[in-house]
Each structure stands twice: as C-alpha cells, then as structure tokens.
Design a protein around this ligand. Structure first.
Ligand code: UDP
Ligand code: MG
Length: 326
C-alpha cells in the first residue's frame, strides 16, 4: 500500500454527474501545485444520475482517488462521515462537489494549518448569500443553542486529531458544522463568497432542511423543553385568575353565559398541549434513534478495487467501534 497522504479532500456527492469531473480536475490541479501528497475521497450518496460512473472513470485515470458508493441516499451528514472514516491524511478538507466552496482557498487553508498551528480552518460564508429560510434557521438555531452558525459552512480543514475526535463521538444525530464549532479546537476562519452552482441544482429540499434544523436544535439545546415548563406556569397563573373570577361571578349571582369562553379555552389549551407533546416527541424521536444505534450508512462498493477489501474492513470496524462506544 502507498504511503499515507498528507492531505485528504472529502467530497460528498449526490447527483453531481454533470460537474463532478470538472470539480475533481480543478481540485486535484490546485493540490498538485502545492507539492504535497494528497488523496481525494469521493462519496457517492446514492446518486441516480451516473455520478458513480464519473467517479469510477476518474479513479481509473488517477491513483489519488479513493471512493465509496453508499447503498442509497443517506444524506450529506452521513456521506461526510463515510468520507472522514475513509480519509487517511494528516489534514482533512471537507468540501462540496459543486465547486461552491472555492478550491482556490485550499493553499491558504493548508498554510494556516501547517504554519499557523490551527486545528480547524473554517470557511466562513460572506453573509449576503443565504435565503430567507436559511436565515431563519440559523438565527433560531444560534438563539436556542448558543453556537453561532450563521455564516459557518461545511467547508473546513480539520487536523487528524479533530477528525478522530469527531469519529469517536457516540451520537447518531450528527450535525457536522455544529459539532466542530462546539468542540472548539483552535480555529482560524477564512471568509469566502460561494460561487453560483454551475451544474445541477441544490439538493436541499424544505423537508431536508427542516430535518437538519430539528437535529441541530435538539442535539444542542433543551431550551424548547424548558419553554414548555414556562408555558405551563403561565397557563397555571392564567387559570388561577380566570378560575377566581368565574367563581366570584358565580357566588355573586351574575354568572354569564360562558359558552364562547369555554370553546375558546378548549381550543387554546388543546393546541398548546398538542404543541408541547410535539416538542417532547421530537426529543423522544432523537432518543429513539440514538438508542437503536443503527449504522448511519451502508457501503455498496469502494474504489480502487485493490483496496476494496481493506476499506470494507475499515468501515466495518469503525462502524462496530462506533456502535460499541458508550
Ligand atoms: N449532498 C449529498 N447528499 C445529500 C445532499 C447533498 O451528498 O443528500 C452533497 C451535494 O452533492 C454537494 C453538497 O452535499 O456536494 C452540498 O449540496 P448542495 O450544493 O445541494 O447544497 P447547498 O450548496 O445548496 O448548500
Ligand atoms: Mg452547493
């Protein structure tokens, strides 16, 4: 087996066939000019558009490519995890397959890591880009969790020890950028303006973004649960006041015809209880997922074929290790 590379680039890809080869060549070109040993770790997250064929062809053309194809679409977080598990470099850079994370920043990232002594070099999006939905999510998230992710991105360089620390986390509900910010290793930031997507379209549907938001909030904060308690207290105070007034009216003989009030109270209290149950349900669902301890992804095949068995064993071992951890 060849010597371990100094730098691994992890690229999750879901249906990126149109631009993937161009991205691979661009990134590899920049790294080659750095004069360091590197590998590209490509994870095909259940693409249905021939991305795997593009990866396989690139793998035949270059020896620095290692790749895994997941059995189905497990989501970007799982794909990144798979890539981190496969990576072997002393520094690992995670970036998107659509070139929205500018590869031109890689040399500066490596310089900050090598000579600046930083464990994490984080690409920070210039604020003008996010849409209203994302802005809402990140504002709400930073209010609830105290981890400010408003401009954070998944474009990061991680030192090997940060990667190992991340892989050792026992949780199932992973939120990459949140976890890295929370772990608080020595971090340098590097501002960038994401380029427009040149091929394909964004893979984030409203449903997936909402799921990510819920994972992020529930895995970093129990504030929503405390809010339910506060809401309960407000309702008890209101109930005491209203109850006192109703009793007083009754005793003084001028009880009003309270049909409307009853209906309104039923509706309000009913919806608040439903909402509260929903919030508790979200946490319960996370606990359920954590307790099941299912692996976060399965690997269909890996490339290059000569490394296949070794990679699969690696994968199995790390999967089992994660499952056994406390
Ligand atoms: N991606 C993935 N699995 C998914 C969704 C996205 O591997 O379920 C990859 C996608 O191929 C790309 C990166 O994650 O390399 C970022 O996705 P996208 O460009 O759609 O997100 P955006 O740039 O809009 O944040
Ligand atoms: Mg993108």
């Amino acid at each position: 087996m060849s010597a371990l590379p100094a730098c691994s680039i992890v690229i999750p890809a879901h249906c990126e066939a149109a631009g993937l080869r161009h991205a691979i060549d661009t990134i590899a070109d920049i790294l080659a000019r750095q004069g360091i040993s590197f590998e590209l770790v490509l994870i095909d997250d259940g693409s249905t558009d021939g991305s795997w064929d593009v990866i396989a062809q690139a793998c035949r053309d270059h020896s620095f490519i290692r790749a895994a194809r997941l059995t189905r679409r497990f989501g970007k977080e799982a794909a990144m995890l798979a890539g981190l598990q496969m990576s072997r470099g002393r520094a690992v850079i995670v970036m998107d397959a659509d070139l929205q994370h500018p590869p031109a920043l890689i040399p500066e990232m490596l310089r900050l890591w090598e000579t600046g002594g930083f464990d994490v070099v984080e690409g920070v999006k210039q604020p003008k880009t996010p849409g209203i939905l994302r802005r809402l999510f990140f504002t709400l998230n930073s209010k609830l969790t105290g981890v400010d992710l408003r401009e954070a991105s998944d474009f990061k360089l991680l030192d090997r020890r940060v990667v190992d620390a991340y892989l050792a986390l026992p949780e199932r509900n992973l939120f990459f950028r949140g976890m890295i910010a929370w772990a608080a290793y020595k971090t340098a930031t590097l501002p960038f303006t994401p380029d427009e997507r040149q091929h394909g379209k964004t893979q984030w549907s409203f449903r997936r973004l909402t799921k990510l938001a819920l994972t992020s909030i529930t895995s970093f904060s129990s504030i929503p649960l405390h809010l339910i308690t506060s809401l309960g207290i407000v309702f008890i105070i209101a109930a005491l006041l209203l109850g006192g007034q109703t009793l007083y009216n009754k005793l003084s003989g001028n009880a009003v015809d309270g049909f409307t009030t009853v209906i309104l109270l039923l509706l309000i209290i009913g919806s608040v209880i439903m909402l509260a149950l929903g919030v508790i349900g979200e946490y319960l669902a996370r606990i359920y997922e954590e307790v099941k301890r299912r692996p976060l992804f399965f690997v269909q095949e890996t490339l290059p074929v000569s490394e296949c068995q070794e990679s699969e064993v690696r994968n199995q071992v790390s999967g089992i290790k994660k499952m056994d951890s406390p």
